[in-house]
Design a protein around this ligand. Sequence first.
Ligand SMILES: Nc1ncnc2c1ncn2[C@@H]1O[C@H](COP(=O)(O)OP(=O)(O)OP(=O)(O)O)[C@@H](O)[C@H]1O
Ligand SMILES: [Mg+2]
Length: 315
Amino acid sequence: MALLEISNLQIDFGATRAVDGVSLAIEEGECLCLVGESGCGKSVTALSIARLLATPPARYAGGEILLQGRPVLRLSQRDLARLRGGVVSYVFQDPATSLNPVMRVGAQIRESLQLHRPAHATDAEILRLLRLVGIPAPESRVRDYPHQLSGGMQQRVMIAMALASEPKLLVADEPTTALDVTIQAQIIELLRELQGRLGMSILLITHNLGLVGDLAHRVAVMYAGQIVETGAADELLRRPRHPYTQALIRSVPEIGRERKRLQAIPGTVPSLGNWPSGCRFAPRCPVARPECPTLQPQLLPLSGDRLVRCPFSEA
Ligand SMILES: Nc1ncnc2c1ncn2[C@@H]1O[C@H](COP(=O)(O)OP(=O)(O)OP(=O)(O)O)[C@@H](O)[C@H]1O
Ligand SMILES: [Mg+2]
């Protein structure tokens, strides 16, 4: 049984569907990377895993989420609280949403421990967590306020807080977007190391495919509320099949053998509720055929475990 299994998830905001039939699974010890441009539904999907979306405005309109076999969308508040404490933890992009500016770093980690593992809310455990996330000289850092730390160190503290509950699944939503490039790579390396050491599963969300290579086992690509391609990370990055994935990869100069010029994906992302009626990528697709705007492509198996939402992807 997969640790997380999302099937045909549908999430509405008012009359518009932000997440339209998303299915994903994450095995124990596996890292799945969810990529796609802004507004495609990555965060909404991620937040639904612990049912963290405010309802309203959001509405879970259909589908199922199984976390350790438990039906998240149908759990009581009590069971939900247990799941949030012990099974799934989140790391977000913005320190301002996760760190309290007027509380010392050590006290914030203690609070997280008290909430999730009260028996371990000790100085020794706080130092161990800070060491685990690679914070140098943690004995002196515990008394710092967040603003005394660099962006990368703040991100490490947020990861330490998320690890305080010993989660089975760490959801990292754009954990590096606010950081500069070298620090981004260090945080990804830290996540890779932590995953190896702790054996947890990771859902990494990013719009930068250039970051995922070393960490992700599998990749799922989202466009306009739907998954358009998914498969083993190395295969998918080496040989993307969906025109959107291909365009995303061309927009990342680090990937591929030759260094090509960075190409932005032409056109704009359709806004929520204004999705084209046929293939949603057709208006921006460099290889669209005349019939594409009238097709409703399904996510179908290609080879191996690759699924692609484009009937012409062999071409
Ligand atoms: N509280 C809300 N009320 C109304 N619409 C919302 C709300 N939260 C999200 N949405 C809409 O749902 C869609 C998906 O949003 P989501 O935050 O999941 O995008 P994302 O893929 O995470 O983008 P980004 O890369 O910018 O973080 C967007 O069009 C967004 O405007
Ligand atoms: Mg987001």
